[in-house]
Ligand binder design. Structure first.
Ligand SMILES: Cc1cc2nc3c(=O)[nH]c(=O)nc-3n(C[C@H](O)[C@H](O)[C@H](O)COP(=O)(O)O)c2cc1C
Length: 139
């Protein structure tokens, strides 16, 4: 059964490019093997990640993520059954907090700072829909 899981977490310390590279490297390696696709945003020290794949595989990954000391305050924001995958080309795409992405983050945020913890599941789904439609955000 295919599901998507969206969660947020806070980075436990300031992460440099090497940390992000390490997270993405492990994600792309492991997710390809486990049949997991999705996207990871990092903005304002907050991670927002969408994972899609087989329910058991996504659950297993989420449990592993909870043990990762690089982030804390992990909270599931949405978990739903999906008819099909949408991030088929991405074992894990990164949406960085570049200036060019600022408007995208603001568009879906009720506050000036991006705060996914306060966003509804519907808003979060729209946010990721827009990411898919506008790959140019991913410069
Ligand atoms: C915000 C965040 C997102 C992550 N996303 C993934 C992911 O999608 N897939 C994955 O395998 N590991 C992910 N990781 C890393 C895992 O927690 C863990 O370090 C990694 O899976 C270990 O892989 P390895 O045993 O191959 O080194 C993420 C870590 C963080 C902090």
């Amino acid at each position: 059964m295919l599901i998507q899981l969206i969660y947020a977490s806070r980075s436990s310390r300031v992460l440099g490019p090497a940390d992000v590279k390490d997270i993405l490297g492990a994600s792309q390696r492991n997710n390809t093997r486990a049949g997991i696709t999705g996207a990871l945003c990092l903005n304002n020290g907050i991670f927002l990640q969408l994972l899609e794949g087989d329910r058991a595989a996504v659950n297993a990954l989420y449990h592993r993520l909870l043990k990762d000391g690089r982030h804390r305050d992990t909270a599931v924001l949405d978990m739903s059954e999906i008819p099909c995958r949408r991030f088929t080309g991405w074992s894990m795409g990164l949406i960085a907090s570049l200036e060019s992405n600022r408007q995208l983050f603001l568009k879906y945020s009720g506050t000036a700072d991006f705060d996914p913890y306060s966003m509804s599941a519907v808003t979060l789904r729209s946010f990721f829909d827009e990411i898919l439609q506008n790959v140019r955000w991913l410069e």
